[in-house]
Design a protein around this ligand. Structure first.
Ligand SMILES: CCCCCCCCCCCC(=O)SCCNC(=O)CCNC(=O)[C@H](O)C(C)(C)COP(=O)(O)OP(=O)(O)OC[C@H]1O[C@@H](n2cnc3c(N)ncnc32)[C@H](O)[C@@H]1OP(=O)(O)O
Length: 167
């Protein structure tokens, strides 16, 4: 019988002072240790430091199917959310999604290479405004997302054993 794996998600897991990457190793979007995760790998572009961008190349299969032959809408949202979350590190901020909008423009195909791109738009205090797209390799936009991420305050982070990098 299997037991629930909660190791990375409890205060006790702070023993040994794991890094944030170690604690996020089971993230469904990018965690390398999640056997059922998407294992997305992003590269970030900070050429324009005030508008960092992130890009991942991916291809999905039957596990992620919604309509026959196409990616499930919830997975589409997950991809966009994950891509936008990757903008927080180059901005030196720990933040979570507060609000997200998704435009499902075209069905997103399974079994074909896709490009996931995000870019930081602007900041208003603790609110970070990000955008993301899922594109074909030819540049056709299949889905588009916009989100508000909230920079976490000290009290929330302290409970998880972290401080903001920019504090
Ligand atoms: C250890 C960590 C590692 C961090 C590691 C992060 C891993 C990321 C993983 C991928 C990303 C995710 O899926 S993250 C997981 C999904 N997200 C979550 O679970 C977050 C759940 N929500 C929360 O916990 C809470 O809402 C907080 C902490 C984010 C904020 O709570 P709060 O302080 O009470 O504030 P709240 O009233 O909710 O509103 C925040 C601000 O957003 C504004 N706001 C709300 N909707 C909108 C909107 N449509 N457009 C503009 N602004 C909006 C409000 O007006 C307000 O502005 P103003 O009054 O400030 O002006």
């Amino acid at each position: 019988m299997s037991s629930q794996d909660t190791v990375r998600h409890t205060p006790l897991s702070m023993d040994g002072n794991p890094t944030i990457d170690e604690r996020a190793s089971h993230c469904f979007g990018c965690g390398p240790a999640n056997p059922q995760g998407l294992h997305l790998v992003f590269s970030t572009d900070t050429t324009v430091p005030e508008h960092p961008a992130a890009t991942a190349h991916l291809q999905l299969d039957r596990l992620h199917e919604g309509p026959p032959g196409y990616v499930h809408g919830g997975i589409v949202a997950t991809l966009l959310d994950e891509a936008m979350s990757k903008l927080n590190r180059p901005l030196d901020v720990l933040a979570v999604t507060r609000h997200m909008e998704v435009d499902y423009l075209r069905p997103v195909p399974l079994f074909q290479p896709l490009v996931l791109i995000s870019r930081h738009s602007h900041r208003d205090g603790r609110k970070l405004f990000h955008q993301a797209e899922i594109q074909t390799t030819g540049g056709a936009v299949l889905a588009r997302g916009k989100a508000v991420f909230i920079r976490l305050d000290k009290a929330i982070l302290a409970r998880a054993g972290f401080t903001q990098p920019d504090d």
